[in-house]
Write a protein that binds this ligand. Structure first.
Ligand code: ASP
Length: 344
């Protein structure tokens, strides 16, 4: 028998893809990896070595913590030279957060790290898990004619689309088309063939692969809305344990222009807090120069996140703040695209 030419490490963290109904109370609970693999015999048809690493315990991704991202990064680092690509089986609820965080934590990545999962457990007749898993494995092992990996990025593969991980949002709680990257076309689409959009796939300049596991999570999110109270804004923006606040603004970066609101933003800025403006809109970008209300925020020291998602903004802040105690240096990086997370 010929030796498989490629190898993929499947990292199973949990999620619906590997869940079974508990006969007692009909809720879904994770089941083990070998049972999961028995449901997908098609994987054996690939000329691939597929090994696995299973999280213990397996988790519903609503329970994901940054410590698990650290563990994921370490597993990838420890196995980096032994595999051509990595597939992470993960619940859909927080997949966009995890893929975003990992994209920052893995520096000089030159191999595919493909997150996938499913809306229906893999044992169910109409499951979307099989196709998602099979195609994710194919993408993780795909190579260019020169032997280099086709997609050396952290991605999410779901329902025929390969999306950049740090551009994704979960957009459907029940439908199979659960993820979208509204501000970036798919990196690939799977039909009869997998068609790669090579023009937008990122290839980082050669450099030693390394991971960053120091994360500072002292970040809050302020979603502005009509009727928001002074007390809530004060609590979030001036909270003593909060180093950074993502302000989820309206449209292209606007927020209430009332004096009390702007005064609190100014006070937070004066205290050196990192204030990052991300739009509530699913598509388009923050431009604080367009309207007076946006301009006031900018003048108060708020930085613009362009078209970054909230999930990605969170991962970027955790990563940058984990790497520096100096807020001014964190701010200097925030407006720059580090891992393809925002448009230039
Ligand atoms: N609650 C599940 C999870 O995120 C949902 C899913 O996997 O789709 O783990």
């Amino acid at each position: 028998m010929t030796q498989p030419s490629s190898s993929v490490l499947l990292i199973y963290t949990g999620g619906t893809i590997g869940m079974k109904e508990d006969p007692g109370n009909q809720t879904l609970r994770p089941f083990d990896f070998s049972s999961l693999m028995e449901e997908v015999p098609e994987l054996r048809k690939f000329a691939l070595r597929i090994d696995s690493y299973t999280f213990d315990p397996l988790i519903d991704s609503s329970d994901i913590e940054p410590s698990m991202w650290q563990k994921l990064a370490e597993i990838i680092r420890d196995n980096y030279n032994s595999y051509d690509g990595f597939v992470v089986l993960h619940g859909t609820d927080t997949m966009a957060y995890s893929a975003s965080a990992l994209s920052f934590m893995l520096e000089n990545l030159s191999k595919p790290v493909i997150f996938t999962g499913s809306q229906l457990p893999i044992g169910r007749p109409r499951t979307d898990g099989k196709e998602n898993l099979i195609s994710a494995v194919e993408i993780a092992s795909a190579r260019e004619p020169d032997g280099s990996p086709t997609v050396p990025e952290v991605c999410i593969y779901f329902n025929s689309l390969l999306l950049r991980g740090n551009r994704c949002t979960k957009v459907d709680a029940t439908g199979f088309e659960a993820f979208r990257s509204p501000n970036l076309p798919p990196l690939a689409e799977a039909g009869i063939d997998i068609r790669y959009n090579r023009d937008i796939i990122r290839r980082t300049p050669p450099g030693p692969f390394r991971i960053h596991t120091k994360l500072d999570t002292s970040v809050s999110i302020l979603k502005v809305h009509p009727g928001i109270t002074r007390q809530v804004v004060e609590d979030i923006l001036l909270g003593s344990r909060t180093r950074a606040v993502i302000i989820e603004s309206y449209g292209c970066g606007n927020a209430p222009s009332s004096d009390w609101f702007i005064d609190i933003v100014r006070e937070a800025g004066a205290r050196g807090k990192i204030l990052y403006n991300v739009t509530q809109c699913i598509r388009g970008l923050v431009n604080m120069d367009l309207y007076a209300t946006g301009r006031t925020l900018k003048d108060a020291g708020v930085l613009g996140g362009k078209d970054i998602t909230t999930e990605s903004a969170l991962g970027k802040l955790f990563f940058l703040m984990g790497n520096s105690d100096d807020n001014e240096s964190v701010k200097a990086y925030l407006e720059y695209d580090l891992r393809g997370e925002m448009s230039n």
